[in-house]
Design a protein. Sequence first.
Length: 305
Amino acid sequence: MNTFTLIRRLAAVVLLYTLFAGSAYAQATRTWVSGVGDDANPCSRTAPCKTFAGAISKTAASGSISVLDPGGFGAVTITKSITIESDGTVAGILNAGTNGVIVNAGANDVVTLRGLEFNGALTGINGIRFLAGGRLIVEDSSIQGNTTNGIDFSPSTAAKLLVRNTTISRSAGGSAISITPTGAGTAAVTIENSRLYSNKSGLTATSGTVSIKDSVITQSDLNGVFANSSGAVVTINLNDSLVSDNGVGIRSLNVNSGVFVSNTTITGNGTGLAALSSGAISTYKNNRLFANGSPGVFTAILTGD
């Protein structure tokens, strides 16, 4: 073997090793971001990235992006299963003029967003926009200052949403949480221990099933809770919650809209209950409806087992 051939083969080995090493960086199971990081880094703990967008390209499907220290980490589009999480430090997403997080993933993908602070600076579009995926989990987070929705959940296939221990405010043109499946999409939504305040509307759903528990929905310009069927069935179960100081506390519009209310206080609203065009608002007889400008009436009284 002559020297030239040997050099060529050695160069090929080095190239393959380099490509393999680069692929390994791209497919790390856990990556890190820091306020003083650099997206040219491999996003390791000792060489973190600067933004979520920079880190996600180097994180394997079903992996995690963790926040090392306080910072603003930018908007990101998610197309695979991923967890983005912060534990005890400020993890900001400034989404002025745009969406904070867009989820457009596979039918079985699970996206978890935990401990994040979204700020649309009063010009953001949606804090989180979900277009496709299997499940979205939002925990221990805050979303504020958007021109449309805090969370726009508009799945095109069957999808689930869990919002837990999260505050959503100042969604000026839409809802704190908007549930509007498209096409053949369906939605199963659970909201627990969360606070929706100072939005145009608190929660609006056009189809699907929604369960709200241990939550506060207050100071909405229009509706606190709104079941607004455009043909498909929408069912909202509201339990152990406070609905106060909204334009309308609970509104149900059209024949396929139903809200079922248990152990909930509805007070201080311009109108407490508004069931229109054959919409239904049903009570389990353990609710507190008082001190509203106009109380409205439940359309049915239910008995539980």
